[in-house]
Design a protein. Structure first.
Length: 194
């Protein structure tokens, strides 16, 4: 699958997903985006169920979020959805929301489990696609747990994880290496991608 084939395979449901009845979706300039963030649902929820959870009173806000918290979503069968326009500043990583764009996989992340191969491959493709599209370096493709304060903090010099997201079984250094390989291949194909 090359860059264009991958892009064409993304299903855009951004106009179909429900949004909060009264809250405005905060907007940003996409040039602010300097990080791509990898999340998991930690629940067996599809994109519609996640949206439903996000819009109702939840752990992020007692009145609900303005919209789904993720810009892209990958189901277990490898279907990739676009959920939000990149200008939407969704509520997925606290103080990093303005400068990051998040994608999520439907994955419970139970101990010793790993996402289905087809889904994980799409996560690699999506991260490569987004990092090319928004000119984000591969080193800034991060797992939620790698973000200071929302993902981890320091206490007495010791690093404490607040989140395991996108799942502790996922080696993020290895993930970035796979993303870099796909990016190099796509860019060497001299496609009109930038
Ligand atoms: Zn997360």
């Amino acid at each position: 699958m090359n860059f264009t084939e991958f892009e064409n395979s993304i299903l855009d449901i951004s106009q179909e997903l429900p949004v909060h009845p009264t809250k405005e979706i905060p907007q940003r300039n996409t040039e602010e985006i300097d990080k791509i963030i990898f999340h998991c649902t930690a629940q067996p929820w599809n994109v519609w169920e996640v949206t439903d959870y996000d819009l109702k009173p939840n752990h992020i806000d007692e009145e609900g979020c303005p919209c789904i918290t993720y810009s892209y979503f990958i189901e277990k069968d490898g279907t990739v959805y676009k959920c939000l326009e990149p200008e939407a500043k969704s509520w997925h990583v606290g103080k990093w929301n303005a400068t990051s764009l998040g994608f999520c996989i439907n994955f419970e992340a139970l101990p010793e489990t790993f996402p289905p191969k087809v889904q994980f491959q799409k996560a690699v493709f999506l991260a490569a696609y987004l990092s090319i599209k928004f000119k984000v370096e591969t080193k800034n493709v991060l797992g939620h747990r790698e973000l200071l304060e929302t993902g981890f903090y320091y206490e007495n010099g010791e690093k404490i994880l607040r989140k395991e997201c996108p799942g502790i079984s996922i080696n993020l250094d290895k993930f970035r290496m796979e993303v870099e390989i796909v990016k190099s291949k796509w860019l060497s194909q001299k496609l009109d991608v930038i």
